[in-house]
Every structure is written in C-alpha cells, then in structure tokens.
Design a protein around this ligand. Structure first.
Ligand code: S3P
Length: 176
C-alpha cells in the first residue's frame, strides 16, 4: 500500500473514488469502506443505469460504447456535489484523461490493484459485463490500462484479502 501523491489540498470530506479492473472488488470493498467511514456508497454504473433506465449491458448493446463513455463522463462530473461518499467506478472510467482530470479535482482516487487471475475468477461467465473477453484479451486490456490506474492518488494491493480487512487498511491509508 502506498500514497502516491500529495492530495492533502483536497477537502477532508471529499469523495473517495475506487478504481481498478473488472472483478477487482470496487463495489464490495467500496460498500465495506463506506460502512466503516459512515459515508454514502455510490456505484457509478448503477447511477448511469438508473439515469438512462437501462442496464449497462443494454446501454452497450443499444446505444454503443461511445455513448456509455459519454454518460460515464457526465456521471463523474456530477460527483462534484458529493461529500462523505465512497464511489465505485467502472473499470474503464479512469482510462480517460478527461475523467482523470475531473476526478483529481473532485476528490481522492484509490486503485484496487488485484491480480488478473483473481479478477477473472470472479467475473468469468458474467453476461452483464459487455467487455468481458477471453483471458488473453483481458490481460491485454489490463496492461493497456495499468499506466492510467497507476496515476491514482493511492494504490492498494488487494491480494485475496477480505473486503472488511481492506476497508480497515484503506481507512488508515486515507488517515480516516
Ligand atoms: C467496464 C467495466 C464495467 C462497466 C462497463 C465497462 C470496463 O464495470 O463500467 O461494462 O470498461 O472495464 P466493472 O469494472 O464494475 O465491471
């Protein structure tokens, strides 16, 4: 675990964004962290789906990935009104430079760095994830995104640790 950047200029009640690959545990760890800190929890994909009235899978199928990414950018920008919230982002959200700039301005970002094998075990066969491909495709996608993920303010190597344990460690790391 390490702190990568000086984010001390951001308000102490600013939102905490969890980033990382599909299956890294952003939602489960995010919920545990929100409970631990007594913060609200928001899953950005659920927020997008609720706004559009379609699941993420249907947005991809019917409107296309470019439209999903536009909705994602809009949803991220709307987070600037949040305080005391943990927000789990979709795995591709931090790949965009524009989103990284917005997120840096709004709050603090933490990369859940989870081994690919563990991610794949968790998500394999999940039909609700439109970008899920075979092992080689997933490895390539993760490698393409790794440099962007590494720009997060904080990084935590999750290993197989339980969400509650990770939440305690993250709270300490964030000085909460
Ligand atoms: C995506 C990951 C998904 C979801 C969408 C695109 C990605 O979220 O945002 O299917 O590009 O990696 P999860 O990381 O929660 O699976």
């Amino acid at each position: 675990m390490k702190q990568q950047a000086d984010s001390s200029n951001r308000r102490s009640d600013a939102p905490i964004f969890l980033i990382g690959f599909m299956g890294a545990g952003k939602t489960t760890v995010g919920r545990a962290l929100a409970r631990q800190l007594e913060y609200d929890f928001i899953d950005l994909d659920e927020l997008i789906a609720a706004r559009v009235g379609k699941s993420v899978q249907r947005i991809f199928e019917e409107l296309g990935e470019a439209e999903f990414r536009r909705l994602e950018r809009e949803a991220i920008r709307s987070c600037d009104r949040l305080t005391r919230a943990v927000v789990a982002l979709g795995g591709g959200a931090y790949g965009s430079e524009e989103n990284r700039v917005s997120l840096r301005e709004i709050g603090r970002t933490l990369w859940l760095d989870c081994p690919l094998e563990i991610c794949l075990r968790r998500v394999s066969g999940d039909k609700s994830r439109p970008l899920l491909g075979d092992q080689d495709a997933m490895r390539e996608l993760l490698e393409r995104r790794r440099g962007a993920y590494a720009e997060a303010d904080y990084v935590v190597q999750t290993g197989e640790r339980a969400p509650e344990q990770l939440a305690i460690e993250i709270a300490e790391l964030l000085d909460k």
